[in-house]
Design a protein around this ligand. Sequence first.
Ligand code: HEC
Length: 148
Amino acid sequence: MTPAIDKMSEPKIRSIMTPFLAAVALIFSAISTNAAAQSYDGAELYALNCSNCHGIYGEGDGILTPDLSVVLLDLRYLNDRNGGTFPKTFVINIIDGREVRAAHGPTGMPVWGAEFSRSEGFSDDAQERVSAKIMAISDFLERIQITD
Ligand code: HEC
């Protein structure tokens, strides 16, 4: 049996394939943009942005602690301090800081929602990446909780 494709002229094949490939490319680019937003490494983001104050392991012993006016609480006991469950909304709001800081004033903790926006931008897509970064860091903190 002769494959149907043999009977088609080359321009005809191209006219079918071009929109098809364009559609495939579009789908892949949509998936990869979305995946990029989901695929931040929370541990790496923590090490880069948080460990200077909160310590490499979250113990509150980072190199900048002598400059802070408060003693940092151990981030591995967030569950413990919250009756055994991870206080996700609290953590996300503290890291983002844009609402919490407005209500309570500056505390020495950078406003990461604003910091990340400075590098990512303010479009809807950029704000999704900002949220994804904050979420990745929160997920990392959830993973390092000590429960005994
Ligand atoms: C320049 C120092 C500094 C850096 C960097 C910093 N923080 Fe903080 N953080 C603080 C201070 C000071 C507090 C205590 C006051 C407050 O709650 O804002 C705090 C409080 C917190 C709390 C609340 C702890 C509790 O139980 O009340 C969390 C959670 C937290 N930080 C997470 C982070 C994360 C995640 C990062 C990185 C994205 C980060 N911090 C970066 C200084 C810092």
